[in-house]
Design a protein around this ligand. Structure first.
Ligand code: KIV
Length: 276
């Protein structure tokens, strides 16, 4: 059954945890859909894990549409959430609606995600009015890395925690269908999850959230530039892949690959008639 905004919200009501993973291409979308992941997030984290930037700041709308369209082609029953990159919505409500619409029209996403709380509520309201579901993203919002002075856990003082709780309530009022809580203390994530009626999706937050999200290269141990505390390696795919590459090199050099079963035959009669 296709995952929709309604099935995802029903999961919160029924205390059935929501699973979200980042996804950036067709093959991975097929695998995640076959495994039963509810939501494929085409995150702007592709800036780091796919494109090699040191932050999400350089990622463009064209990058996001290209990858979102590829994921949508492989998503099957999974819900596709397209991330709005830096400066695609902060500049104006008009830009926000136009760019959110492009993620649906050209990337075939089912919904969009954008970072920020009270300050982006006019954008959330306008995108929702355009009939596009929105996932908000509060706490440690990576597009604010320069304003935060680094990737730091947010909400540790009374004022900072209150602001994040207020942001959660404001994005819900503005019409967001769900909210990602990133890099905040576990007890604060629990309070937010109990306070708002929309699903909360945690990353570096708490098991009390209604669902979880991880960057897939992190959870498969495929990316070692930076491994945050909240990452768990569910499989050592990075090691398996490196071993596969090394075995390929060894067999090519030894001449054992390709073997006969990997090649196409032709009769000697034809070969003998070739002019060399
Ligand atoms: O871009 C991304 O991958 C994200 C997740 C970290 C939530 O926004």
């Amino acid at each position: 059954m296709k995952n929709t905004i309604l099935t995802i919200q029903k999961q919160k009501a029924e205390n059935d945890k929501i699973t979200m993973l980042t996804c950036y291409d067709y093959s991975m979308a097929r695998l995640m859909d076959q495994a039963g992941v509810n939501i494929l997030l085409v995150g702007d984290s592709l800036g780091q894990v796919m494109l090699g930037y040191d932050s999400t700041i350089p990622v463009t709308m064209e990058d996001m549409i290209h990858h979102t369209a590829a994921v949508s082609r492989g998503a099957g029953d999974a819900f596709v959430l397209g991330d709005m990159p830096f400066l695609s919505y902060q500049t104006s409500v008009y830009d926000a609606v136009l760019n959110a619409g492009r993620l649906l029209k050209e990337g075939h996403a089912n919904a969009v995600k954008l970072e920020g709380g009270a300050t982006v509520c006019p954008q959330i309201r306008a995108i929702v009015d355009a009939q596009i579901p929105v996932c908000a993203h509060i706490g440690l919002t990576p597009q604010s890395v320069n304003a935060f002075g680094g990737f730091k856990v947010q909400g540790k003082s009374v004022e900072a925690a209150q602001k994040i709780l207020d942001d959660a309530k404001r994005v819900e009022e503005a019409g967001a269908s769900m909210v990602v809580l990133e890099g905040i203390p576990a007890k604060l994530a629990d309070v937010i999850t109990q306070t708002v009626s929309i699903p909360t999706i945690g990353i570096g937050a708490s098991a009390g959230c209604d669902g979880q999200v991880l960057v897939y290269q992190d959870m498969l141990a495929m990316f070692s530039d930076f491994v945050p505390k909240f990452v768990k390696h569910f499989a050592n795919a990075g090691d398996v892949m490196k071993q596969g590459f090394a075995d390929y090199i060894a067999e090519v050099k030894a001449g054992t690959f390709p073997a006969e079963e990997n090649t196409y035959s032709i009769s000697d009669e034809i070969i003998d008639q070739l002019v060399r």
